[in-house]
Every structure is written in C-alpha cells, then in structure tokens.
Design a protein around this ligand. Structure first.
Ligand code: NI
Ligand code: MN
Length: 225
C-alpha cells in the first residue's frame, strides 16, 4: 500500500497495482501548486462527500484518466447528470469487492451538498481492504461514537481530519484514534484555509504523548504503509 499526499484531504492510495484518488482538491489549493493534475491517472476516484474542497478537480482528472468514481448513491446520480455515467454508487454500511480490494462505506458526521446546491446524500468515510491491510479514511467528520464500531476491524492505518473548525481538531482526532483502536494516523484537512491552520508542532507532541504514530506527509510525499 502506497499513500501519496496531495494536500488538504486529497491523497492517492496505490493498492494491487491500482491507483485510488480520494477527494481531489488540488488546483484551488495554493499549498499544492507544485502538483500538476494533468499527470494524475487514477483508476478510481473516491468521494467522501460533495463539498467543493473535496471534488474541485474531479471532472478534469476523471476526463484525463477515465477513472471510475465511487461515491454515495446521490452523488453518483448527480455525476450521471453531469456526464459521468458509470459512477459506482454505494451507501452507508455497504461494502463492495472491486478489482483492487474491498471498499466499505462508513458513517461520517458532517454535511454534504454539491457545488450547485444539489442534495449530496450523507457524508461518508471509507475502509479499504487490500493487500491484507485495512486503511480507514474518515472523510470530513466530527468525533462520533459510530467510530467505535471500527474498533474490532484491526485497522492498520487511518487518515483523520485534524484541522478543527469544519471537522475534528487534534484533540478529538486523538480520541477518534482510541475509538477506532488504531495507532497509525495520517493527519489531513488542516492548514489549507485560515480557519483550519494548526500548530503542527503542538499536534505532533499531543499525538506522541497519547502514544500514537502521527504522520503529516509533505504535499507530494509518498509513504509506504
Ligand atoms: Ni466538507
Ligand atoms: Mn472539507
């Protein structure tokens, strides 16, 4: 499993020779100006919800790559009306076996609407089961007791939002790591906008003090998970 960070909550997971791009928001993010989206060729694009800071570059990257989009049913239907006919719609609690592994859509506590105001269904997180590993992406979410349902999944890695204001902040993300019973955390959804700027050194100290392994990859950096 390879994880490449593209800033905000955007990253690519490479599993079983397939590239899964999550929540593409790159060109509007000045911190990610070194990333050229025309070079991205994902096989799949997974969307946690419909907010602009998660789908801004969806259409261009999908057109360049022909990637199959995986999203909640309402977003899949919205995409069909925008010319992406074969998006794979799922819903909370459901899993599906793709050619790279299994995806389960899980609860996120947030809101979701499309950039044109259309209803976006519920926001979601994902668990990816591939290469004998389990990776959880929480999406945009508050700390929620539903995370305790993941405690017996034996997750290997979790990407959690830590930026506060729109999602969990550092303190709640540390609690979330306990709820999901996972020590290996990748922090996302921070520093992009003024309301979600965090004190990175303080965040690192808090995670270390909680006995957790926090990774904050640089934009463009790849981690072997
Ligand atoms: Ni959001
Ligand atoms: Mn967001």
């Amino acid at each position: 499993m390879k994880f490449t960070y593209y800033g905000h909550a955007t990253f690519e997971l490479e599993v079983n020779g397939k590239k899964l791009l999550f929540d593409p928001f790159i060109t509007p993010n000045p911190l990610a100006s070194a990333i050229d989206i025309s070079t991205l060729r994902p096989d799949y694009i997974l969307l946690s919800h419909g907010h602009g800071d998660h789908i801004a570059d969806l259409f261009e990257i999908q057109q360049n790559s022909g990637a199959k989009v995986i999203a909640i049913a309402e977003i899949a239907a919205w995409l069909a009306g925008k010319g992406i006919a074969d998006a794979h719609g799922m819903n909370l609690g459901g899993g599906f076996n793709f050619d790279f592994g299994r995806v389960k859509m899980v609860t996120a506590l947030h809101s979701s609407s499309m950039p044109d105001g259309s209803y976006g269904g519920n926001p979601a997180g994902f668990i990816i089961y591939a290469e004998g590993k389990k990776f959880y992406f929480a999406g945009d979410t508050a700390l929620t007791l539903d995370m305790k349902l993941l405690a017996d999944e034996n997750l290997d890695w979790a990407a959690l939002p830590i930026g506060d204001n729109y999602t969990m902040g550092v303190d709640d993300a540390i609690k979330a790591a306990g709820f999901i019973n996972c020590n290996n955390i990748i922090g996302v959804h921070y520093d992009t906008f003024p309301p979600i700027k965090i004190d990175v050194e303080e965040a690192k100290e808090k995670f270390v003090k909680a006995g957790l392994n926090l990774k904050l990859p640089a934009i463009g950096e790849t981690l072997a998970l």
